[in-house]
Write a protein that binds this ligand. Structure first.
Ligand code: ADP
Ligand code: DP6
Ligand code: CO
Length: 359
């Protein structure tokens, strides 16, 4: 008897221009476009196996070995049913000999090799791996940008993890969401010199999920409206140009400004949301001082590192590969730790479009 199963991994992506706010909560259509770097598969990733079998009695999901409820009408259920619909339309309706997998229930098991729901984009790699795994199981001919429309309905940031390198998620205008997809701005090979260092400040599950936090921001923050209208569009254009020109100084300036504005918008939410903690802020101070010195004319006048924080306290530091050793020794000096890999504040690993530097 044939066994229908597929296993796929997807890496996390860390945004330089942050997605924060939905104009449609069911379809997950954002209030603004965003842009991120997809890290390499060797470090932070989700690995998902899906299996279709006529003997299964319902769709089931295990996350890190623990069974999770698939809520009817919820995001997971939407992604699964959208993928079954694509299987039927693109494969079974065209080829009468194709196995009727769209009619079978699926069992899905997913593992994250890094902290889940801690602000390190587990929902991004998680729903990207789910979508990619079902696309492989169902032998869909669809390109990543088409699949990004499905992953987006699981978690907004997930649409960007289906593509490598530098990726933009277009906010789009259509009520259907068909133009709200992820596209590659540049492949990882365009700028392999840029690396990412992940500093795990706290690996605990955050108090306010991204989903509920951004909804509260949309409902209460006036600053969000200013950001959407007057800041993000120019930043999207400017950072895309900086990436295409491999201009790290400009890339860093925009990335840090956008991270800080995103956290300001969280503070402007009622009640306010605090994702960063004292250690997060101390890392900002270290990188700002490092750049202040680098910006002096006698030192070249260009920034050497960029910090960015998602919805959590953990820092991601982007920098040209040549600066990483210096940055790591600086971080270890200011935040002493016995074993940079195991301590609570640990340098989890580095990754970039190119393979990552490690401590
Ligand atoms: P994060 O900052 O880690 O993305 P979020 O609050 O955005 O945190 O999302 C966390 C949620 O994403 C989890 O509670 C879970 O529902 C979902 N998730 C995380 N990893 C996976 C995975 N591998 N497969 C499916 N869903 C996942
Ligand atoms: C701060 O994609 O996790 O990481 O769409 O509700 O699942 P949902 O939210 P999610 O939000 C990510 C927010 C962010 C910024 C970003 O990744 O662009
Ligand atoms: Co998330």
């Amino acid at each position: 008897m044939a066994v229908f199963t597929a296993t796929t991994s997807a890496p996390v992506n860390i945004a330089c221009i942050k997605y924060w706010g939905k104009r449609d909560t069911k379809l997950i259509l954002p209030t603004n476009s965003s842009l991120s770097v997809t890290l390499d598969q060797d470090h932070l990733r989700s690995t998902t196996t899906s299996r279709a079998d006529p003997a299964f009695e319902k769709d089931r999901l295990w996350l890190n070995g623990v069974e999770e409820d698939i809520k009817s009408g919820g995001r997971m259920a939407t992604c699964i049913s959208e993928m079954k619909r694509m299987r039927k339309e693109l494969v079974e309706d065209k080829d009468a000999s194709a196995a009727p997998l769209s009619k079978y229930f699926v069992h899905i098991a997913s593992y994250n090799n890094f902290p889940t729901a801690a602000g390190l984009a587990s929902s991004a790699s998680g729903f990207a791996a789910l979508t990619a795994s079902l696309a492989a199981l169902y032998a869909l001919p669809s390109p990543p940008t088409t699949l990004s429309l499905i992953a987006r309905q699981g978690s907004g940031s997930a649409c960007r993890s289906l593509l490598g390198g530098f990726v933009a998620w277009n906010a789009g205008e259509l009520p259907s969401g068909l133009d709200s997809n992820a596209v590659q701005v540049a492949p990882e090979t365009h700028w392999p010199d840029i690396h990412a260092l992940i500093c795990v400040v706290n690996d605990a599950k955050k108090g306010t999920s991204s989903t509920s936090g951004m909804q509260r921001t949309v409902e209460t923050s006036a600053l969000l409206q200013h950001r959407i209208k007057h800041c993000v569009p120019q930043r999207m254009a400017d950072i895309s140009a900086a990436i295409l020109a491999r201009d790290f100084d400009r890339f860093a300036e925009i990335t840090m400004a956008d991270s800080n504005q995103f956290h300001a918008v969280c503070l402007d939410t009622a009640p306010p949301i605090f994702y960063m903690n004292d250690v997060s802020r101390a890392i900002i101070a270290v990188i700002e001082e490092y750049n202040r010195v680098a910006l002096l004319p006698e030192n070249g006048g260009k920034r050497k590192a960029a910090y960015t924080y998602d919805a959590g306290p953990n820092a991601v530091i982007y920098a040209p590969a040549a600066n990483m050793k210096e940055i790591i020794s600086m971080i270890v000096r200011y935040f002493p730790q016995q074993d940079p890999f195991k301590d609570p504040f640990s340098l989890f690993g580095g990754a970039g479009p190119s393979s990552g530097a490690l401590v």
